[in-house]
Design a protein around this ligand. Structure first.
Ligand SMILES: Nc1nc2c(ncn2[C@@H]2O[C@H](COP(=O)(O)OP(=O)(O)OP(=O)(O)O)[C@@H](O)[C@H]2O)c(=O)[nH]1
Ligand SMILES: [Mg+2]
Length: 457
């Protein structure tokens, strides 16, 4: 039997309302000892109904605040236990005074995340849903919010639960084969086991890949502006930000360090990085800046390769093309307001059909088209099939581990080794899925997850 916990749920500070939550077997007894409604004193509380009344100090009888009082009866509550919520005035003193009375009456102060931990332990939600609660609270954009809400509503759980069940059925087949090994039958079962395992692995791949998308949704895609000196990278940064953030001069080599800014473009929010111009044989003072530009290009989710339309292609442009080999990129042809001297045909031939975007950073022309192109290249744009997004590194690690185990299982089935080997590996994969869903996890893991939460959640 668990004890009764309480906390102020709203953030510390002044606000219109301060919410206190009490959860556990004694929640109602504790709260109704403090609550008095006008007229009837302590009413017989009907669950899920809001009562207006006063919190009084039981010792002195003094009124502490006027509040609203609601009982959520187990199991239909946040924690699946009896929960009382008291909406008081949102003041630092008044809420802590009420909390003190609740603690004096026998409740214990809740640990960070303890309400959600109880919801998990009581089976109302699984572990990935509990984690989604923290992610919804931490969401910084509409897309991050939607990804976390999907997870909270159990989309990831349903998907993994389904993979879990399929692997359980394979395991059952293998175990049956171990117990009753009749030649022909065993062979057929191996074939089906292998094909189900392969299928599950493919679906895991899609989920693992979705992590990149999830990360971008939470943190914003990293978009790097790269190009030789003086092509207008900093001017483009300023144009996208609509402010003079980066220094722009007619001298090549103006930008020396990385400059990163967040910008929201329609429904995408990106982190855009301006960098030093890439060039062959740089002076010593430029070298470090160029090394950083290369690193930015490497770690970017998307590279904007900027060329100067008013100049012919040169060795520095070639260098850029070589550096950006294999990156997701958009070719930006800047300075389209000037007479054209760039051999775009030759450039396009090098790029194998990538459609470049013409702009003038100076005149802010063509930016809409560029924004469309950015939007289309980022994950979550057109052509994204996997509806579930992995948002946590922990989930991704477990899936990668599960996938490796399935790979080994598939190999031993193929090589005709005893079913016992494959069974062991499939069991290992199930453990990994179980750790995401919280079906098999240690206290330490739970501590780690819930300690990240705030008190009151
Ligand atoms: N005509 C014209 N000039 C531009 C345009 N964009 C940038 N410039 C000019 O080109 C020069 C270089 O611009 P920057 O934005 O500093 O170029 P950068 O690529 O950041 O240069 P580095 O930091 O030296 O690598 C400045 O004189 C800008 O005013 C454009 O679209 N049209
Ligand atoms: Mg610059």
């Amino acid at each position: 039997m668990s004890d009764t916990i309480a906390a102020i749920v709203t953030p510390a500070g002044e606000g219109g309302v301060g919410l206190l939550r009490i959860s556990g077997p004694a929640a109602l007894a504790i709260a109704s000892g403090l609550f008095h409604s006008p007229g009837s004193g302590s009413p017989a509380v009907v669950p899920w109904r809001v009562y207006f009344g006063e919190i009084r100090d039981p010792e002195s009888g003094a009124t502490v605040d006027q509040v609203l009082f609601t009982l959520f009866k187990a199991p239909k509550s946040y924690t699946a236990e009896d929960v009382v919520e008291i909406s008081a005035h949102g003041g630092v003193y008044v809420t802590s005074r009420i909390l003190d009375l609740i603690l004096q009456a026998g409740a214990r102060l809740a640990q960070p995340g303890e309400f959600t931990r109880r919801a998990f332990l009581n089976g109302r939600i699984d572990l990935s849903q509990a984690e989604a609660v923290a992610d919804v609270i931490g969401a910084q954009s509409e897309r991050a919010l939607q990804a976390s809400l999907g997870q909270l509503k159990g989309r990831l759980s349903a998907r993994l639960g389904e993979l879990y069940d399929r692997l359980v059925s394979v395991l059952a087949q293998l175990e049956a084969a171990i117990d009753f090994s009749e030649e022909g039958l065993a062979f057929q079962k191996r074939e089906t086991s292998k094909s189900i395992t392969d299928e599950v692995m493919r679906e895991m791949d899609a989920l693992i890949e979705s992590y990149r998308r999830g990360k971008i949704e939470r943190e914003g895609a990293r978009v790097a502006l790269v190009g030789k000196p003086n092509v207008g990278k900093s001017s483009l940064l300023n144009a996208l930000l609509m402010e003079d953030r980066a220094i722009v001069t007619p001298h090549p080599g103006t930008t020396r360090d990385l400059l990163e800014e967040r910008v929201r473009i329609r429904d995408v929010h990106i982190r855009i990085i301006d960098s030093a111009g890439l060039r062959e044989n740089p002076e010593i003072i430029e070298e470090e800046g160029i090394a950083r530009a290369r690193a930015a290009l490497k770690s970017a989710d998307l590279a904007l390769l900027v060329f100067d339309l008013s100049l012919p292609l040169d060795g520095n442009d070639e260098l850029l093309l070589a550096e950006a080999e294999g990156k997701t990129k958009i070719v930006v042809l800047n300075k389209c307001d000037l007479p054209e001297r760039l051999d775009t045909g030759a450039l396009l031939a090098r790029l194998g059909g990538e459609e470049p975007v013409r702009i003038s950073a100076r005149d802010q022309a063509g930016l809409e088209g560029l924004i469309d192109a950015i939007r289309a290249r980022l994950p979550g744009g057109a052509g994204d099939a996997e509806p579930v997004v992995l948002t946590r590194a922990r989930h991704r690690e477990q899936l990668i581990e599960a996938r490796e185990a399935l790979m080994r299982a598939g190999e031993s089935l193929e090589q005709g080794l005893s079913e016992e080997f494959a069974a062991l590996d499939i069991d290992a994969a199930l453990q990994c899925l179980g750790r995401v869903l919280g079906r098999s996890c240690s206290e330490d893991l739970l501590d780690e997850i819930f300690n990240e939460f705030c008190i009151g959640k």
